[in-house]
Each structure stands twice: as structure tokens, then as C-alpha cells.
Design a protein around this ligand. Structure first.
Ligand SMILES: *Cc1c(COP(=O)(O)O)cnc(C)c1O
Length: 414
């Protein structure tokens, strides 16, 4: 009897036997990771195979708002693994309605449509908005448009990259899905002017994460809401990165008291354990998706609902939102001091979420991340000179200060 022997040069186990981050081998090269290979994590800290300890200031692009292996989330997942993991939506399971009800209550919305990844939530909202537009606004068949902002990041599907303004994300992937109109982010007048009788929705990140934590002027989202109301079109807020506590509020839109028609959630909703996303919002709008028109094999599965319910449980107390506010104020003031000292070219942010701009005279964003890595701090550059800081909301204040001390030390030594 023969056993198939894997031809991979990488043996299973703790080490890949290859320089971390190196190209080659069997893995597709669609990422350029920092040269570190992580083997385990707890809270805000990670270890590599050699036992070195790193502070995580990226937190899975905010998928890890509660840190690595939060005990409540791990316990919920373990318990569910021992009961039931998948039914498909052909049958009901006992956590589906509790998950929908508690997520709706947390976000003060009527209806929850569960999916898996963020991009699927975006696609779901696009489909719902178009069908709603045809059925209730009388838009001529095939003519619906959705207004979006430049600098957006909504995911990686062919339709979503069709309205990306990032050349790397878009180029080479056509033919592009029509029906999107791009306007400058932060300019409510330009947005209002782009809405016409074929427009069904405006789709925006209230704060643009991937673009470098771009916070719009305070009057922007209220003006966008008013423009949508005037024209009778939907406001869809992509809160996949900004939502679930990051900004010090449950949703970023809460900062301005704006209530969208649909809110897209993902990332932290899965507690860093499983992919869980959802479209939450108006029953009238989501009601256009009737049986057979939309779905997902894994959407709303029991394991996802168990973890999602535990995430909702963490946010129901308001404690993590409050931490994001107080620690966030501390983070923003320390970053402002680095800008005042001339060590950073700029910074912006809200809550425990910041974009910092590296002075090109100092180096690139990638240089800074590599120098931080050498001091055992993990962060990731986005778009050249900008680095996004998004520590777990559970980070201890002295750990955050230690991380910022490392950042300061690195910036002081060009
Ligand atoms: C990450 C992200 C997405 C896409 O989520 P995936 O789970 O990677 O598909 C969409 N919108 C925003 C704002 C995001 O940050």
C-alpha cells in the first residue's frame, strides 16, 4: 500500500522551513506580508515559533476588536462545536432568530440578513437596493445606479472592484459591472448632484478605513442623509471595518446621529474566529429579497450565530465602546504629540483607530512597519506612506503605551 506523499517542501508543523514572507513555494503571492510567522496569540499579543512576543496593533484589520481568543468568544465556539455547526438555510436552527433579534436590537434596526464575508454583505446590499429601486421607485429595468465615493474599499469581487478607484484593485479585472457613479468622498454637494432619477442608493464607508482612516467633516454624513431623503434613495453604510465599537460607538454613524437604511457589518462580527457578516436595516428594503432570490450555504450557520451572539453580548454592555473612547483619546493625543514634534507628517482618527502619515524624508510606510517589527510591534501600511493603527479594543493601557513608545523610538532614529 502506498501513501500519497505531499510534494510540498514545507513540512507541517510550527515552522515552514522557509524565510517568513518569502515568495515561492505553493502559496499564491497575492499578499506581501511582513517577515514574521505567527503561531499563537492571546489578547493583544502574538508569539512566533521561536517564542518571540509581538504586540498586535492591526487586529486583523479590526476583525479582532476583542483581541485574539477572547475567552467568551472561544467558549461560545467550543460549546457550539460540540452541538451543531451547519444546517444550511433549508432548515431552521435554534440560534438563527436569537442572533437576528439581538443584533437588530444592538444596532437598532429591524431586519438582519446574515452572510459570511464582508464582500458578500456588500453584494447583498447592492442586490437589495437595485431590486428595491425597480419594485418601489419604478426605476426602468437595468438602469439602476448607485453613488459611491472615491478612495472606497468595499471588497474584492468583480462587481465591487468595478467601482474601486484603486488602480491595483481594479486594473486587469474587467469587463466591469456598470451602474456605479463615483464622487469625491467628503463632498456632500457633489454627492447630491450625482443623484438622479435612476439612482437607487448611496453606498459609503462613514470613515474610510483602507484609504487611511479618513474621517469626513462633521456635517458630511448628515448632509448625505438629507440628500438621500430628498431624492428618496437609500443610504447604505459600509461599517464592516468602522462598526462594532472601533470608533467608541457601536456604529460609526452614531457619531453623527445618522441612521442609514442599510448597515453592512462583518470583520469583528465573527470575533476573529469565523467569517460572519450581515446586512442590517429596513424591513421594507430587505423584504425585496424573497425566497429563491438570494442566499448563502454558510450564511447564518450555527457556529457563526454562536460566535456572533457572543460578540453582540460583548457589545451590549457598552464597555468596549467606552474603552475605545477613553483609550482612543489617549492614542490620538500621543499621535498628535508625535506630529507636533515633527516625527510624523500627520495623523487622523477617531476612537481606537488612527491613520498616521510617515514623512517621506524618514522612509516609507513599509520601512516603518519593518522597523516596528524589529521592536516586536505589528502594524501594516496602507497606500504607501500611511499606517493604520487599530489595536484590539481590549488592549491594556500600558501595552498601548509600550507600543507607542516603540513607534516613538523608531521615528526618532531615521
Ligand atoms: C474588509 C472590508 C470589506 C470586505 O470584507 P471581506 O470580509 O474581506 O470580504 C468591505 N468593506 C470594508 C469597509 C472593509 O473594511
Amino acid at each position: 500500500m502506498t501513501t500519497a506523499v505531499p510534494t510540498s517542501s514545507a513540512p507541517p508543523g510550527r515552522s515552514t522551513g522557509r524565510p517568513p514572507g518569502a515568495a515561492g513555494g505553493h502559496l499564491a503571492h497575492n499578499y506581501h506580508p511582513l517577515p514574521v510567522t505567527v503561531t499563537d496569540g492571546q489578547g493583544s499579543w502574538l508569539h512566533d515559533a521561536d517564542g518571540r512576543r509581538y504586540l498586535d496593533l492591526l487586529a486583523g484589520y479590526s476583525a479582532l476588536n476583542f483581541g485574539h481568543r477572547h475567552p467568551d468568544l472561544v467558549a461560545a465556539a467550543h460549546a457550539q462545536l460540540d452541538r451543531l455547526t451547519l444546517t444550511s438555510r433549508a432548515f431552521e436552527h435554534d440560534l438563527l432568530h436569537p442572533f437576528a433579534d439581538r443584533l437588530a436590537a444592538l444596532t437598532r434596526t429591524e431586519t438582519v440578513l446574515p452572510m459570511n464575508t464582508g464582500a458578500e454583505a456588500v453584494e447583498t446590499a447592492i442586490k437589495a437596493a437595485r431590486k428595491w429601486g425597480y419594485e418601489t421607485r419604478g426605476v426602468a429595468p437595468g438602469r439602476a445606479t448607485i453613488v459611491v465615493a472615491d478612495g472606497n474599499f468595499h471588497g474584492r469581487t468583480t462587481t465591487i472592484v468595478s467601482f474601486s478607484t484603486d488602480d491595483d484593485a481594479r486594473r486587469g479585472f474587467g469587463p466591469y459591472t456598470p451602474g456605479f457613479r463615483v464622487v469625491p468622498f467628503g463632498d456632500a454637494a457633489a454627492l447630491a448632484a450625482a443623484i438622479d432619477h435612476d439612482t437607487v442608493a448611496v453606498l459609503l464607508e462613514p470613515i474610510q478605513g483602507e484609504s487611511g482612516v479618513i474621517v469626513p467633516p462633521d456635517d458630511y454624513l448628515p448632509a448625505v442623509r438629507a440628500a438621500c431623503d430628498d431624492a428618496g434613495v437609500l443610504l447604505i453604510a459600509d461599517e464592516i471595518q468602522s462598526g462594532l465599537g472601533r470608533t467608541g460607538t457601536t456604529l460609526a454613524c452614531d457619531l453623527w446621529g445618522v441612521v442609514p437604511d442599510l448597515v453592512l457589518l462583518g470583520k469583528a462580527l465573527g470575533g476573529g474566529i469565523v467569517p460572519v457578516s450581515a446586512v442590517v436595516g429596513s424591513a421594507d428594503v430587505l423584504g425585496v429579497l424573497t425566497p429563491g432570490t438570494h442566499g448563502s450555504t454558510f450564511g447564518g450557520n450555527p457556529l457563526a450565530c454562536a460566535v456572533g451572539l457572543a460578540v453582540v453580548g460583548l457589545l451590549e454592555t457598552g464597555e468596549h465602546q467606552a474603552r475605545a473612547r477613553t483609550l482612543g483619546a489617549h492614542l490620538q493625543s500621543r499621535l498628535a504629540a508625535l506630529v507636533a514634534d515633527g516625527l510624523l507628517a500627520g495623523h487622523r482618527g477617531v476612537g481606537l483607530w488612527a491613520g498616521i502619515d510617515v514623512d517621506p524624508a524618514w522612509g516609507t510606510g513599509r520601512d516603518l512597519c519593518e522597523r516596528l517589527l524589529a521592536r516586536r510591534v505589528l502594524a501594516k501600511d496602507t497606500h504607501g506612506a500611511t499606517i493604520r493603527l487599530a489595536p484590539p479594543l481590549t488592549i491594556a493601557e500600558n501595552d498601548l503605551d509600550w507600543g507607542l513608545d516603540q513607534l516613538t523610538a523608531v521615528l526618532r532614529t531615521p
